[in-house]
Design a protein around this ligand. Structure first.
Ligand SMILES: [Cu+2]
Length: 179
């Protein structure tokens, strides 16, 4: 009798564990299916409502420093355009390498989405930003948060570029076809 009681208890615990493990999965799927109309299968009809997608993008400058006592100054050719700077050793032998980038530099949306980019100037006094044809070019100063909104009207790519820091400060919005 005692053994049987333990067996029943184990079965009950097992069933409860299965239910608990399913719960987060099903709630995730519900969330995911509501996220975009592209999850629909053909014949279900298209959801024509606009999806708003908001992103935060930072204008940043990763930097590395070293001293010639430990690491020789590199003999290398780097692209011109202002996006990469290699500074020669100072009097103490310290040298540095730095580059300007958008972070993130690649985002994905769907055709027809209304896209809002909030771009924050963190490193660099000023950036000269172009989002080819979608918004008026604008300056982004350090400490500023610029918000731009536009509709990703066709599938393909939309570049966002800082004209002062090339070729590295170059981001891309990948617009996937809807439906
Ligand atoms: Cu820049």
């Amino acid at each position: 009798m005692k053994t049987r009681g333990i067996m029943v208890l184990l079965v009950v615990v097992g069933v409860a564990a299965v239910f608990l493990s399913m719960a987060p999965v099903s709630s995730f799927q519900t969330l995911h299916n509501n996220d975009t109309s592209t999850m629909q299968t053909p014949g279900q009809g298209n959801d024509t409502s606009t999806t708003n997608r908001t992103f935060y993008i930072n204008a940043v400058e990763p930097m590395g420093t070293a001293n010639i006592a430990e690491e020789p100054f590199p003999n290398t050719t780097l692209p011109t355009g202002g996006g990469i700077e290699l500074n020669e050793p100072d009097e103490q032998g310290n040298w540095e390498i730095e580059t300007y980038v958008f972070d993130p530099s690649q985002i994905v949306v769907y055709e027809g989405d209304q896209v809002t980019l909030n771009i924050l100037g963190i490193n660099g006094r000023v950036h000269d930003v172009t989002i080819n044809g979608y918004v008026e070019p604008f300056e982004l100063h350090r400490g500023e948060l610029k918000t731009v909104t536009f509709t990703a009207d066709k599938a393909g790519t939309i570049d966002f570029i800082c004209n002062i820091h090339q070729p590295t400060m170059h981001g891309q919005i990948i617009v996937l076809p809807s439906g």
